[in-house]
Every structure is written in structure tokens, then in C-alpha cells.
Design a binder for this molecule. Sequence first.
Ligand code: PBG
Length: 338
Amino acid sequence: MQPPLIRPRRLRATPAMRRLVAETRMHPAQLILPLFVREGASQPAPISSMPGVVQHTLDSLRREIAAAAEAGIGGVMLFGVPEVKDAVGSGATDPNGILNVATRAAVAEAGDALVVQTDLCLDEFTDHGHCGVLDSSGRVDNDASLERYREMGVAQAEAGSQLIGLSGMMDGQVAAVRDALDSAGHPETPLLGYAAKYASAFYGPFREAVQSSLEGDRRTYQLDPANAREGAREVLLDVEEGADIVMVKPAMSYLDVLADAAATSPVPVWAYQVSGEFAMIEAAAANGWIDRRRAIEESVTSIRRAGADAVLTYFAIELATWLRAGPTPPVPAQRGAM
Ligand code: PBG
């Protein structure tokens, strides 16, 4: 047999060569940290299914924003955990509701260092836990929910949100909130459409994080995991309705949907490495079954490689710190690896 003429291993031979030919690079500015803020809390409260992640008080939120700015990440995404919930999610539109109060505090703390973003969805604020309001037969009422989203969007813009993330998956939500903001004198507030958000088991730990009241599921509004074409259609619709950025969520199980969106979208495409993706890595690492740092770097690199311009991840600050410190320390030589 002839020796091979083509030897791809030449470009893998040394750390310096691998670094030179890496196709995907990550920068702290492409990372966004989701943060939970709990109304009335006097101490940060741990979330058992998300080790290291807490429900913040306003004070610990300010400190975390300072740490995020220090790490150089691109932004934070705020979620509120209210003390009181009701059928229409009144806390979401109250200027003194936790999310709006937290937004003002975060914007004051962040200055120009990063972009303060807010989640626009009713699920944290409703006593039934759905992302919209219900009709008389208990179904999620799309158009009545849009009315609430319009009010919520204006309340968030007035609190100073610098990018509003629409995660409720109601039809027409981007156009509705865009119109409300424009009519209320906020034409400059950009909108992030959670365009292709799937009905996923990987949101499990998040539901603990926001103390969700949901019984049942969200399958009448979030996408069926079986459908890629439907994801592409939702991306297209959000772009047509005026989304400034679109998102695919979760990330790792939907890299095909993400790659398709990245290839076709005229606006930036982001992806959300959700709570269950975070929890799986933490749990396996805690058991010694995977190398935690390498798994985090590989997972976020893969999401970027599939086409995400930026990534929401609970690892944002830690990953940014590693990125600034330099390449991963060499893996101890494995027998037979050479
Ligand atoms: C809805 C919302 C959810 C997440 C972000 N926004 C939960 C849901 O749709 O049930 C999940 C994020 C995560 O799992 O990290 N407001």
C-alpha cells in the first residue's frame, strides 16, 4: 500500500498550529448571561438544579452586573421572580414590579459596559404559569396575550431595557410589541425574537429558577421538537415582523435549526444554551464523568460553529474569564494518543 499523500494531521500537530487554523473563535462580547432577580429577597437564593446559579437580590444583582462588566461579556438577560402572581401577570406591567425595578438598577450599574436585556413573557408573573393569558375555557388566548405583551414592552422600555427578548411564542408578538413601542415613543428599543423556541424538556431547571406555577405544558405555542421547517418559518416571520435579532432555543439539540437560520437570516442569530443543557454538564462534571471546562468550551464552541453570532449561557462569566486568560491548559497526555 502507498503511504497517504494527503495528511490532514499536519494541521493538528502542535497547539500553535491548531490555534492558527481554528475556524471558530469566541470572544467575551459574544456571551450573554441570563440572571434571575427575586422580589423581596434579602439573601441570594440557590437553585438546586442549577449549581452556582442563584435568584438574586437587587444588591447581589448589582454585584453580578459589575462582575459581568469586568469579565467583558456582551450583555445580561434579566428574568423576574415576583412575590405575587395573578391571572394576567400584573407584576409584569407594574413599573414597580421586580423585573422593571431590576432593569433600572441593572442599567444604572452597567453604564456603557454591556447591554441590559429583559425577558418579555408572562409565565413568571401568572398564577397558572402560562406565557399568555387564558380565555374562558382555559386555553392560551393569543390575541389577548398580545395586548399584555404590548403593555409589558412599553413598561420594559420605560424601565430602560436596552433589548427586549420576546419569548412567549404568541403569533404576531414581534409586530405587536414593535407597534406598541413605536406608538409610545420608543422606536429605538431593539427587539430580540425568540423565533424558534421549542417545547423542550431542557427548560426543567429554569422552571425551578423562576418558581414556575405551570401545570401541563406549552405545546400549543412552543414548537414541536420534530420540526425543522417550522423553525425556519418562525425565523422568517419574526424577521418580517421587524425583529432586530432572532433566536433559536434550546441550542445543543437544535444545531440544525440554528445552522439553517444562520444561513438564511438577514439579522443576527443567537442561541440559548438553556438551563437543562447547563445542568447536564454540571451534573456529569460533578460526578467526574466529563471534564467540566472542556465540556463547557466545546459546547459553546459548537453553538458558535453552527452559526450563532452570540450565545446566552449560564457559563458566560466563567467562560469569558477563561477566554481572557488564554488557551485551555494542555490535556495530560493520554496513553496511545500520539
Ligand atoms: C419563558 C422562558 C423559559 C426559558 C426562558 N424564557 C421557559 C419556558 O419556556 O418554559 C427557559 C430558559 C432556560 O431553560 O434556561 N419566559
